[in-house]
Design a protein around this ligand. Structure first.
Ligand SMILES: [Zn+2]
Length: 235
């Protein structure tokens, strides 16, 4: 059983935002694209290993002492002789390796209760790393960007709709993705003035209604009112 749900890392989320927001002509664009490609491949590898673990656990319910093994999900990994003595295996050998460990360690070291307490304790200690970038906010594109136009053009809000200034398509979801990006770019709260500046909206009233509809928790009053952008906007 996997107790820690696998989640997309903050690094991947930031790099995906960069892919949408950093102009393709920027000197570092290709570097970030490469970094994103590797991060996504890493995440896919972790999911591959998680899947293998689930199958291993379905068949057994013993308790094991702690053993450390590096499990690689990269199919093109080549094990050079220097690594042969190290605890590194390919994911396809995971089940077999665990089988061996079960045979090696027959004794039950921890009761079901101890194990459950220990796992709660470890999960509580976990603090995810917040990944930040050496890019200035004003280097990134503002606004709700059009997914049909490869995020190169912004949508304008008028008459209750978000319409692309280039292809004219309407996409009311684009604002949510933009707020998700704003959270990664600037921070987890936004004022009416910041909202208008980011989305290029003139009317304070229109911004107020859009923010109100989102039902974000708000702190402060009048001009200082800050809306807390929720983390689950895209779910
Ligand atoms: Zn468009």
């Amino acid at each position: 059983m996997l107790l820690k749900k696998r989640e997309v890392s903050s690094k991947q989320r930031v790099l995906e935002m960069i892919e949408r927001r950093l102009p393709k002509s920027h000197a570092k664009y290709d570097n970030f694209q490469e970094m994103l490609r590797r991060t996504r491949a890493g995440y896919a590898g972790e999911q591959r290993v998680d899947k293998e673990w689930q199958e291993v656990y379905l068949q057994h319910a013993h308790h094991l002492p702690i053993e450390t093994i590096v499990v690689s999900a990269n199919p093109s990994m080549i094990m050079s002789p220097t690594f042969l003595s190290q605890p590194i295996i390919h994911v396809s050998g995971l089940a077999e390796r665990v089988e061996q460990l079960f045979k090696q360690h027959q004794q039950v070291y921890l009761s079901e209760n101890d194990l459950s307490e220990l796992s709660t304790h470890i999960l509580k200690m976990h603090t995810p790393t917040q990944w930040t970038l050496d890019i200035k906010v004003d280097e990134l594109k503002k606004g709700a960007l059009c997914s049909h136009c490869h995020f190169d053009h912004a949508l304008r809000y008028a008459h209750g709709k978000w319409r692309c200034s280039n292809c004219q398509s309407i996409d009311n979801q684009s604002m949510l993705l933009a707020l998700h990006d704003f959270r990664l770019m600037v921070g987890n709260n936004i004022t009416n003035a910041q909202f208008r500046d980011f989305f290029d909206i003139d009317s304070e009233k229109a911004a107020y209604h859009l923010l109100k509809k989102l039902q974000f928790e708000a702190i402060g009053v009048n001009k200082n009112r800050k809306y807390i952008i929720t983390t689950n906007l895209l779910e």
